[in-house]
Design a binder for this molecule. Structure first.
Ligand code: NOJ
Length: 949
């Protein structure tokens, strides 16, 4: 082979692949009927200054059951020849969650939607999203128990409340003013044009329908359409779809889209609405496509793109120095979002358009950006507290071929001293792509394999997708029980996916859920010869991905449980699959009380309650590494922090340098998994040549040593929705300069500041630091920063630019073990990073058994260690379990204090006080060292102690 030919082959194998998604498969806004129509309307209505919506004064009332305000919005279509056409749109406004947030809904009266020719379909607009997106699953529009549930706390009663909240309407000025003294909120509801203004104190924070983009396409027949269209409207694709791949869509209800505009005053950046492979700060879309939320399978997705991806969380978020606002658009249908920043950058505007369903909006208002994730996850549920092992390292590839292959990977990782916790089986472990089976010759004894993995506390995750091969007894049962998704004619829908012809389980409905749960039960408990609890599930392709479907997914006129169209529920389907999977596995593991682990590709608001996710089919090149960071950050700020990207790129073959840098970045992803396409060359860490193998091992080990800190961050997230990988502006909203930064981040509230290297041959980087003192994570060399600025940091290939910000204390476990389980009996190292001003620092530790739900009954430790004024280090236990045995080793073996000439002057001994016992311990100083160490202080993390320097 000549050298050039070799080079050619090498570039194919180790290329910065230029592949990209075939984006003609997806609609652009001007090809999607409702998106084109709403943008068109938006343009025209702003110039015509007409308003077709008003609130009917006579209809205004207060609902005594939930203290909400109800009224009818009237849509009027002016007619010259006949009477004007009026449409009634019931409107409801209420306060939520301790009065912190405001909710309003707009529906269409059902009388307008009864069409006798559509017997298979539910005639309501889909109004049950909350059944899936809210934590309190009982909520629906007719039954809103979570409203005002804290009423007793403010010692109010109905009469007082009405006077207190809803002052007499100022009908002369056509406005109702609603006050909420608790958080100084004031809402002005304008009657003649339907607008809502939300003030805090005297500041107008948010105006809704300020630009008159509110559009509610009411029901009408094709024949009546001509008289139901407003002069500013387009009729493009109202009753038919001319997009090449969705021409068969029957659009049975005709146009039914909804749209509304939101104007955020004094806010110059918008964030949120994942999933997009784009910057963290949303871009102005005025001359571009809107951001689209529509769960689809996008193999080799485009970067810097607003195209839809696998998941959708319709939470928009913004912040400034003093305030933060979130707008949650609780609608799972195809949704597009236009963003516009005004020229002076003082105002951010958005225009949200959805294909069907109702308008259901929550406005959250807080001081800090994290208040929004907190309020949002109070409503939609806190992120699940995961198995400790699931925050370790995951080794995956498409595919490990058989039991021997799996056990060989385990053996080789152990031989090379590379820790891991999860190994994964992709698609090919099944018998002919039939889920709930094992390939007979390759997986003869999966139970035994699971036992062998369990020996070191290891877990196995296997793929089970929601499509089921036809002519397989499982799909036959689904068909018999009527638990499959139906086509527009009411017959079982058959489409193509991995197994060829397939049907889809309908987990939207109770029967589908029962069958899905039963399938897991038989597969795990009956088919395996003994009880195991280290098997976990990966729900892939649940957007759903359909190879011959329009836009790679389900036709919009498929029918789900209760007669709702795919069109109306599309983005929440994947959640119903993974949540049902989670419930099944939780039930199955009731015996050992083990927490299930579920990975889902599709997600919606609420998915965080039961699953982790990842950024899908990326490519092994530097651009995808770069893009993974804003993508992971974006999910982290909208309540779904358990996310990562395939390391070191799913498709293609990464160069050795890319592998090293990707592990250095990936160790900070909350979900830390290597994965590779079936056509890529094997690249398990032990196969890598030295020194790449050593570098990768170092990254994985760094993650393991920080597991106590990561787990504590996951715990924080599970109680307040906090980000685990946290953007700079979340930490310091007071610095405007940080709102655009999405290539460096903090680890939760733990003060670790990281900027991974994401470009080739890059050995220094400009990192932005706020004022303070920053200690290098590994060398502890101090960097004093007098004001917010960029500083050049060295980053040779072995180094990750990572610092501990002064003021923090970290908990580590430094001894290398093969898995997280085997680290349980290791003592802790405390790392103290004193602050610049006064040498203080603090850090929180959360520990439980890492495996079961016993933490729910109090079996956990929460403690705060703080350094006060350079001199006293103390442990304040917030909560300790009845029996500390569940915590593993609780001893602190070593306390490392970062020292700098600017901070503490440490003597040669410390005094340790535990209870009434006092002892002295010497500390050795090493000339020129960046730390001093207190060795074997003999104190436990669960006891109250004090160390005086
Ligand atoms: C698509 C997923 O995104 C990928 O991670 C997986 O390997 C393949 N499906 C095969 O199951």
């Amino acid at each position: 082979m000549n050298n050039w030919f070799k080079l050619f082959l090498l570039t194919i194998f180790f290329s910065n692949s230029t592949n990209a998604f075939t984006d003609y498969l997806l609609k652009k806004c001007n090809q999607a009927g409702f998106c084109q129509r709403n943008r068109y309307y938006a343009n025209n209505i702003q110039s015509s200054h007409n308003s077709y919506y008003h609130i009917d004064e006579q209809s205004i009332h207060i609902n005594s059951n939930d203290f909400s305000l109800g009224a009818n919005i009237i849509k009027t279509i002016p007619r010259d020849d006949i009477d004007d056409i009026t449409i009634i749109l019931p409107f409801k406004l209420s306060f939520q969650n301790d009065w912190q947030s405001v909710r309003f809904t707009i529906d269409e009266s059902i009388d307008g939607r009864k069409v006798s020719e559509l017997p298979l379909l539910n005639h309501y607009r889909y109004n049950e999203t909350g059944l899936w997106s809210f934590m309190n699953h009982t909520d629906s529009l007719n039954n809103t128990p979570l409203l005002f549930e804290k009423l007793e706390n403010i010692q109010s009663n109905l009469n007082k409340l009405i006077n207190f909240v809803f002052q007499t309407p100022d009908l002369q000025n056509n406005v109702i003013k609603i006050y909420n003294q608790i958080n100084q909120l004031e809402i002005h509801l304008f009657l003649d044009s339907f607008q809502i203004h939300i003030f805090q104190g005297n500041d107008l924070i948010l105006s809704i329908n300020d630009r008159s983009l509110f559009n509610f396409e009411h029901h009408r027949s094709l024949e009546e359409n001509f008289q139901n269209v407003l002069p500013e409207e387009s009729t493009f694709n109202m009753f038919a779809d001319d997009f090449e791949y969705s021409k068969n869509d029957q659009i049975p209800f005709g146009p039914e889209s909804i749209a509304l505009d939101f104007t955020f005053n004094e806010f110059n950046s918008l964030f949120g609405i994942p999933e997009h492979a784009d910057s963290l700060r949303l871009k102005d879309t005025s001359n571009d496509e809107p951001y689209r939320l529509f769960n689809v399978d996008v193999f080799q997705y485009n970067l810097d793109s607003k195209m839809p991806m696998y998941g959708a969380i319709p939470l928009l978020l913004t912040a400034n120095k003093e305030k933060s606002v979130g707008v949650f658009w609780n609608n799972p249908s195809d949704t597009w979002v236009d963003i516009h920043y005004t020229d002076n950058n003082k105002i951010s505007q958005s225009h949200i358009m959805s294909e069907s369903g109702i308008i259901d909006v929550f406005v959250f208002i807080g001081k800090k950006p994290s208040d929004i994730s907190d309020q949002f996850t109070q409503l939609t549920g806190r992120p699940v507290l995961p198995l400790l092992s699931s925050i370790g390292y995951h080794q995956c590839r498409w595919n490990y071929n058989d039991e021997l292959d799996v056990l060989n990977v385990q053996e080789n990782m152990d031989r090379e001293d590379i820790p891991f916790d999860f190994i994964w089986l992709d698609l090919e472990y099944t018998d002919d792509k039939k889920y709930f089976t094992w390939k007979p010759d390759s997986f003869k004894n999966p139970g035994k394999m699971l036992k062998k993995l369990a020996k070191y506390g290891r877990q196995l995750a296997i793929l089970i997708d929601p499509h089921l091969k036809t002519e397989y007894h499982v799909s036959e049962e689904v068909e018999k029980e009527n638990a499959g998704v139906l086509n527009a004619n009411g017959d079982l829908y058959v489409g193509r996916c991995w197994p060829g012809d397939s049907i889809w389980i309908d987990t939207m409905g109770k029967i589908g859920q029962r069958i899905w749960e039963g399938l897991f039960k038989v597969f795990v408990t009956v088919k395996l010869p003994f009880y195991i609890d280290n098997l976990h599930i990966w729900n892939d392709m649940n957007e759903p991905s359909i190879f011959n479907g329009p836009e790679t997914t389900a036709p919009k006129d498929l029918i789900h449980n209760d007669g709702f169209e795919e069109r109306s529920i599309h983005n929440v389907y994947g959640l119903t699959v993974h949540e049902t999977t989670y419930n099944s596995m939780k039930d199955i593991y009731a015996t050992s009380d083990k927490r299930p682990f579920i990975l889902t590709r599709a997600f919606f608001a609420g998915s965080q309650r039961s699953a982790a996710t990842w950024t899908g089919d990326n490519i092994a090149n530097w651009d995808y590494l770069t893009s993974s960071i804003p993508m992971v950050l974006s999910n982290n700020i909208v309540g779904m922090p358990f996310i990562g990207a395939d390391i070191a790129g799913f498709d293609g073959n990464p160069t050795p340098e890319l592998i090293v840098r990707w592990y250095q970045a990936g160790l900070w992803y909350p979900f830390f998994r290597a994965h590779a396409h079936i056509d890529s060359i094997r690249r398990e860490p032990y196969l890598l040549d030295k020194p790449v193998r050593d570098n990768v091992r170092d990254s994985i080990r760094l993650r393991y040593s920080l597991l106590p800190t990561f787990y504590s961050a996951f715990h924080e997230a599970s109680v307040n929705g906090n980000a685990i990988m946290k953007p700079m502006f979340f930490q310091y909203p007071e610095y405007e300069e940080l709102y655009n930064i999405d290539n460096q981040f903090y680890l939760g509230d733990y003060g670790i500041l990281v900027k991974p290297i994401t470009s080739p041959e890059t050995f220094t980087t400009q990192m932005t630091f706020p004022r303070g003192i920053f200690y290098d994570l590994l060398t502890f060399r101090a960097l004093v920063v007098d004001q917010l600025k960029e500083i050049e940091i060295d980053a040779p290939i072995t180094k990750i630019p990572a610092f501990i910000e002064g003021g923090h204390i970290l908990f580590k476990r430094d001894i290398y073990r093969r898995s997280s389980k085997l680290m349980e009996n290791d003592p802790y190292t405390l790392v103290i990073a004193p602050s610049l001003e006064n040498g203080s620092a603090s850090g929180k530790l959360y520990v439980d058994d890492g495996e079961t739900f016993s933490y729910e009954s109090g079996e956990y430790l929460e403690t705060v260690v703080s350094l006060v004024g350079y001199s006293i280090l103390k442990n304040d236990v917030i909560h300790s379990p009845e029996n500390v045995d569940c915590l593993g080793n609780t001893m602190i073996e070593k306390i490392v204090v970062a020292v700098d000439k600017n901070n503490m002057d440490i003597g040669d001994h410390v005094t340790i006080k535990v209870g009434s016992e006092t002892r002295k311990l010497n500390i050795e100083h090493v000339e020129g060292a960046t730390t001093v160490e207190i060795k074997s202080p003999q104190v436990h993390v669960y006891e109250q102690w004090e160390i005086t320097f």
